[in-house]
Design a protein around this ligand. Sequence first.
Ligand SMILES: [Zn+2]
Length: 119
Amino acid sequence: MRRPPPEPMLEFPPLTKATMYCRGCWYALDGVAEDRCPECGRPFNPADRRTYRTKSRREWWSSLRRRFTAAFLVLLVFLLLAGGWLYRRYRIEKDAIAEFNAGNIYVDTAPLGPQRRNQ
Ligand SMILES: [Zn+2]
């Protein structure tokens, strides 16, 4: 007994990533007949990039998350450097203040600004 030949696989059109997404509802607008979102009715102009999105919702969030992560890391590095600098200054100042409090340092002060001659 011979098995029937396998069904030919269905030919799907090659999967291409959409390049235009509705600004209102994220609908993929590639191949839409009219210049209007079939989902929410928002008009768009394929010639004007500002009238549609170029990233899917997922890509948009992923890009946003990436930017926030980068900004957070920059901020973290800055805070660590600033904290390290402050701690180092604190260590230096702490010793100087201890010296001052122990009476080993005498600070002579003079008034700022013009002084009266005859008083
Ligand atoms: Zn829409």
